[in-house]
Design a protein around this ligand. Structure first.
Ligand code: PMP
Length: 424
């Protein structure tokens, strides 16, 4: 209904080939044809401000990344069983961004593969099989990783070796010490696993809790949980697929805001600015026994083109001072949104770090207002802004623009948001 003939034809072709697996944004789907910086352009030539995309993290089609990929693709690309200078240069550059001790990297192609490998490493290192995740976590799509991704099934049920804990959500649970609360929930989950004969292997969290609705503050709240995990013989796996590569501002990695050192770090999405690549960073003493027992081979993970893309991403983050930009524009952005929330009380909370912001819609009595968030997402699209939702009720906007997002882009967002809220 209301779709142009071309779009309606594409939707039909998609349904007849993808079948039930087809997932599209918006009732009136968009056909995208090109993108640049923070903007995407559809088949009618209309421009959209993209604030929902941490894949082209240093900017859509960044010329330096595009050039690095095309040059390497035109020179050599094959499997990963030979020596390639660029791959080792990249590995060294990447590892230099981590705390001492986290000195080995295994390259993969996706965040899911990275988390799958992390689970395998944790199991062999600890001898355990029990994992703890947050209630609305998403960590990926392999058979094993789905089991620690409650948000990916309708029932949100997890198997017997998995326990969930509530996300550290200060807005709906305004306790004095959210870190202590989170740690005590984890303590109870460990006890429950062990009472049921499952040895604890580890805690895995996305350190900005994106699918749980974005919970970033106060910095440091993860420390109590990580200390407890270590005391209980488990590993802490930091899933940096969302917060990593400078998104949270100031630091390269989300876990650094919390002053903790993970045992295993997993990466994906922004790593290649759209080139599919992922990775796992860990300590040699965790990786070595794993490789002695099972080994790991990935045909495409860490191929020369991926390394070229990854290297260009690191260069751009540094040369364009994108972490500083994330910090600076992110704080300008949240200040502007808080001003809007004074005039539009349906905005219950504005929170986040760097260029990762959650805007929670709630009713006057603090209940999740999913209908409002859904209205805003669709109305913002009509005004040329692409945005999505997160959280167990889908009532929190997940605002995650490319890291080159400028104050002027934030102003465009405010203008659209103001007119959308005023029109409701
Ligand atoms: N971890 C987190 C926190 C994610 O958000 C995602 C993807 N949304 C993944 C892992 C899985 O990454 P991929 O889709 O690249 O397999």
């Amino acid at each position: 209904d209301g779709l142009s003939k071309d779009i309606a034809d594409l939707v039909k072709r998609r349904h007849s080939t993808f079948g039930a697996s087809s997932v599209l944004f918006y009732e009136q789907p968009l056909q995208m044809v090109r993108a640049e910086g923070v903007f995407m352009y559809d088949s009618t030539g209309r421009r959209y401000l993209d604030v929902y995309n941490n894949v082209p993290s240093v900017g859509h089609c960044h010329p330096r990344v595009v050039e690095a990929i095309s040059k390497q693709a035109a020179t050599l690309n094959t499997n990963t069983r030979y020596l390639y200078d660029i791959v080792h240069t990249y590995a060294e550059r990447l590892l230099a961004t981590f705390p001492d001790g986290l000195s080995n990297v295994v390259f993969t192609c996706t965040g899911s593969e990275s988390n799958d490998l992390a689970l395998r490493l944790a199991k062999i290192w600890t001898g355990g099989a029990g994992f703890i995740v947050t209630e609305t976590a998403y960590h990926g799509n392999t058979a094993a990783v789905m089991e620690i991704s409650p948000s990916s099934t309708k029932s949100r049920k997890v198997p017997a070796h998995v326990r969930t804990v509530p996300a550290p959500d200060l807005y709906s649970d305004p306790v004095e010490d959210i870190g202590a609360k989170f740690a005590s929930d984890i303590a109870a989950a460990i006890e429950d696993l062990e009472n049921n004969g499952v040895k604890f292997a580890g805690l895995i969290v996305d350190s900005i809790f994106s699918s749980d609705g974005i919970h970033a503050d106060p910095p440091g709240f993860l420390k109590a949980a990580v200390d407890l995990v270590h005391k209980s013989g488990g590993v802490f796996i930091a899933d940096e697929v969302q917060p990593g590569f400078g998104r949270t501002g100031r630091q390269m990695w989300g876990f650094q805001r919390h002053g903790v050192i993970p045992d295993i770090v997993t990466m994906g999405k922004p790593m290649g600015n759209g080139f599919p690549m992922g990775g796992v960073v860990t300590r040699p003493e965790i990786l070595t026994p794993f490789c002695e027992e099972t080994g790991y081979f990935n045909t495409f993970g860490g191929n020369p083109v991926a390394a070229a893309a990854g290297l260009a991403v690191l260069d751009v983050i540094e040369d364009e001072k994108l972490m500083h930009n994330a910090e600076e524009v992110g704080s300008y952005f949240r200040t502007g949104l808080r001003e809007l929330s004074n005039r539009f009380p349906s905005i219950g909370d504005v929170r986040g770090a760097g260029l990762f912001t959650g805007v929670e819609f709630s009713t006057p009595d603090h209940q999740p207002d999913t209908a409002m968030a859904t209205y805003v997402i669709n109305a913002m699209k009509e005004r040329g802004v692409l945005i999505g939702a997160a959280g167990s009720h889908g009532n929190t906007l997940k605002v995650r623009p490319p890291l080159c997002f400028a104050r002027a882009d934030a102003d465009l967002f405010f203008e659209a948001m103001e007119s959308v809220l005023a029109a409701r």
